[in-house]
Design a protein around this ligand. Structure first.
Ligand code: XMP
Length: 513
């Protein structure tokens, strides 16, 4: 099926994929193309609209990214964002000025006034906060344009030539901090470009499957399936695309939550692909015996994981493609392209060095987490996989403080399952980013019945966060904490005390180790 397409022309900004994602969310297919793509190729895509992204440069720099002026003769609406807006102004005869002093620079949330007669802002409030991030600004709008928004430092925070369908905004409508930013993009797509809204996740699935088939052909694909959302959705997508050519290896290290291993197996073992579950609990627990230092534990688990995976891969023989469930935030965090490195992400690190394969496929590379979940649902994965919280690779080993034994893991699994069950029942799960139980290495005195106990303390942790770099401890109702506490001490043998962690990150981390 043919779809309308909006072209996102990439000038190197940080938020380009976020723009693409907003457009997709609004039901319009879009493609991000480098600004160096030949114009003839872009025109052949027959876009209904074009968005110029932001970028780090200044239009006056010698090597500033540009686009051929001819694009303005296509008769297609264009929305320029930040650098894209300045470039449009510059190419059409306006004047862009470098801020001489700090007063004309704007970074962050900025109070902005809108002309609600302008197509982009129609029906929206006349003032609102926008997210600005610019040194240069548009001093004079080009011929035919009028001012459509302003801020204290920016006389032309938005400009419009409505006759030609050209709009420029100095701020970033794609980021959450811009109030009604998504509405502005919606106005551009639907009122200016007259989009039909003919793009859905079902279409995404179809086209992703088609392009995977195209790329993989008759080749063999190997995927390390962790049971987390990303690798599960990647597995389901690849299974649909190439079926039996795919082998998923699920290493069950015995450090999973209650029933988790069986759930992963149930979701995948019946799909048309090769699913291998390696029950490696003994191996991992033997290696971990007596080790209580957190980093040592992580290292041992990481290495053992690779060993097991390598052995399985060896059994399968040479594969053509190693698949990974990398998603877009991982790509940004790992510092791909021009964006800065925030932290190296912990996907199944190091695997490519150990496995004999030709190429990596990352079918979720351009999707954000919630899009991945939607795609997972579209592919028929069960809610318990799709809605899964983030779960660390080293699993419960870093939630058993101190040395890890099977008994401790079992105790923790039960307590954690009770906590998660009660939280879900109370409707808290959607509001919170992550919540779990940890087994402290503290024993304390209690009284049960008429007897003294000297048992373990379970700590509960629940946090809210946007990016997991910082997190706040969650204010959950006392009654709920009470129910969880009563159930845990009654139902989990060996536990006589339940604590609730009221530390944010920083100074604490989300996990205990
Ligand atoms: P911290 O404890 O660093 O956790 O505040 C932040 C987020 O990362 C998860 N996490 C991990 N995820 N492998 C992973 O895949 C790991 O080794 C790992 N350690 C922490 C943690 O659950 C939280 O969501």
């Amino acid at each position: 099926m043919e779809h309308q397409v909006v072209l996102v022309l990439d000038f190197g900004g940080q938020y380009n994929q976020l723009i693409a994602r907003r457009v997709r969310d609004l039901g319009v297919y879009c493609e991000v193309k480098p600004c160096t793509t030949p114009l003839s190729q872009l025109r052949a895509m027959n876009p209904i609209g074009v968005i110029f992204t932001g970028g780090p440069g200044s239009v006056y720099q010698e090597d500033a990214p540009r686009v051929d002026r001819d694009i303005f003769t296509w008769g297609v609406p264009i929305l320029g964002i930040c650098y894209g807006c300045q470039l449009m102004a510059h190419l059409l005869g306006g004047r862009v000025a470098a801020a001489q002093d700090d007063s004309a620079r704007e970074y962050g949330k900025t109070e902005t006034w809108f002309d609600t007669e302008c197509g982009l802002f129609r029906g929206l409030p006349e003032t609102g906060v926008t997210w600005m991030s610019h040194g240069d600004y548009m001093e004079k709008a080009p011929e035919g344009f009028r001012t459509a928004a302003r801020s204290a430092a920016c006389p032309n925070a938005a400009v419009a030539d409505e006759a030609r369908g050209f709009y420029g905004v100095q701020f970033h409508p794609e980021v959450e901090h811009t109030r009604h930013g998504t509405d502005m993009i919606r106005r551009f797509l639907y009122d200016v470009c007259h989009a039909a809204g003919d793009w859905t996740m079902e279409d995404y699935r179809r086209s992703a499957v088609a392009s995977l088939r195209d790329k993989i052909g008759g080749g063999k694909v190997l995927l390390a399936l962790s049971g987390g959302v990303d690798s599960s959705v990647a597995a389901a997508l690849l299974a649909e695309a190439v079926g039996e050519q795919l082998t998923c290896v699920f290493v069950d290290h015995g450090l999973m939550r209650k029933n988790e291993g069986d759930e992963v197996e149930a979701a995948f073992s019946k799909r048309a692909m090769n699913f291998v579950r390696v029950n490696a609990e003994d191996r991992f627990l033997t290696k971990l015996a007596g080790v209580d230092e957190p980093e040592r534990k992580r290292k041992i688990i990481g290495e053992e994981f690779i060993r097991v995976f390598e052995e399985e891969a060896g059994r399968i023989g040479a594969v053509d493609y190693l698949a990974q469930g990398t998603i877009y935030p991982d790509v940004i965090e790992s510092g791909a392209g021009n964006a800065a490195v925030i932290k190296s992400h912990h996907n199944v690190g190091g695997l490519p060095d150990y496995v004999d394969f030709k190429e990596i496929v990352e079918p979720l590379r351009l999707l954000f987490k919630d899009e991945v979940r939607r795609l997972g649902r579209e592919l028929g994965l069960p809610d318990y996989l799709v809605d899964r919280q983030p779960f660390p690779g080293p699993g419960l080993a870093i939630r058993v403080i101190g040395d890890v034994t099977k008994d401790k893991l079992d105790m923790l699994r039960e307590a954690d399952a009770i906590f998660r069950e009660e939280m879900a029942r109370a409707g808290e799960s959607r509001r919170l980013s992550q919540y779990f139980a940890a087994l402290t290495n503290m024993r304390s005195v209690g009284v049960m019945g008429d007897g003294r106990t000297y048992d373990c303390a379970i700590a509960l942790r629940a946090v809210t966060t946007g990016d997991f770099m910082t997190a706040d401890w969650a204010r959950i109702p006392y009654e709920l904490l009470d129910r969880v506490s009563v159930r845990i001490v009654n139902e989990v043998k060996g536990v006589n005390r339940v604590l609730y962690d009221i530390t944010s990150k920083p100074p604490a981390t989300v996990e205990f180790e």
